[in-house]
Design a protein around this ligand. Structure first.
Ligand code: PRT
Ligand code: MG
Length: 210
């Protein structure tokens, strides 16, 4: 039995489509319910529904053999104990620095000045600005990050952008792209040894569809 961890929303939707192409179907009433363990019509595969940022943690500790997580989330987690073998090409986006329109970022982001940056991606943000020699005070938030610069909580944010509509509607503009991201199939390193045949067989089915 393989256990695959993923998050509800765009990743579950895209994954359900991918699995359907592989001949594996989810029970739609279970998907719509609040159940956190979803069976599939393949008795060898069940899904765990977790927060997007928790997917690598479930896989790292072997509570799930496999997971589907954005590259953004993997970079933030660090990837310890986890293989990241397949880029699924779904949930594509970029992780970007954004500020209020009109904010003088060249002047604010100079060596020696501290920029207040709100984000869920604390580790990635710290590394990014450290490489540039910009001193930052990082403010950890868990959601609605786009609000922070509008109410003076932060000078800038680091967050995911897809179409850019959310930024635009909130009077923000992207100052810089940190990385591009798409969802990857990830695997626990021990599961990869112990359940190698099962994992490879699912990999092959998925690979044939991407
Ligand atoms: O909601 P929760 O805190 O549980 O987690 P989450 O919001 O991080 O998870 P989820 O399921 O929304 O996203 C999971 C993964 O999808 C992320 O880690 C990214 O790798 C990827 N992804 C792709 C995105 C987007 N596109 C995206 N647009 N994640 C978030 N967004 C947000 C964006 O930040 C904005 O607030 O969606 C909103 C709309 O974006 P625009 O640019 O199209 O307006
Ligand atoms: Mg969300």
């Amino acid at each position: 039995m393989l256990t695959l961890a993923l998050s509800k929303g765009r990743i579950l939707e895209d994954t359900a489509g991918l699995l359907a192409q592989c001949g594996i179907r989810l029970d739609s009433s279970a998907v719509d319910s609040r159940q956190l363990i979803l069976p599939t019509d393949d008795p060898g595969l069940r899904l765990l529904i977790v927060r997007a940022s928790d997917v690598p943690t479930y896989v790292q500790h072997g509570a799930a053999d496999l997971g589907i997580a954005g590259r953004d989330v993997m970079l933030e987690h660090g990837g310890e104990g986890v293989f990241q073998p397949v880029d699924l090409g779904i949930a594509c986006c970029r992780l970007a620095v954004a500020t209020r329109q009109g904010f003088d970022s060249p002047r604010a982001a100079v060596p020696g000045k501290r920029l207040r940056v709100a984000t869920k991606y604390v580790n990635t943000t710290r590394r990014h600005f450290a490489r540039k020699g910009v001193h930052v005070d990082i403010i950890k938030l868990y959601g609605s990050i786009e609000l922070a610069p509008l109410v003076g909580l932060a000078d800038a944010i680091v967050d995911v952008v897809e179409t850019g509509t959310t930024m635009k509607q909130n009077g923000l503009r992207v100052a810089e792209t940190i990385m591009r991201s798409s969802a990857h199939l990830i695997a626990n390193k021990n599961s990869f040894i112990i359940k190698k045949d099962e994992i490879l067989s699912l990999y092959e089915k998925i690979r044939a569809q991407i």
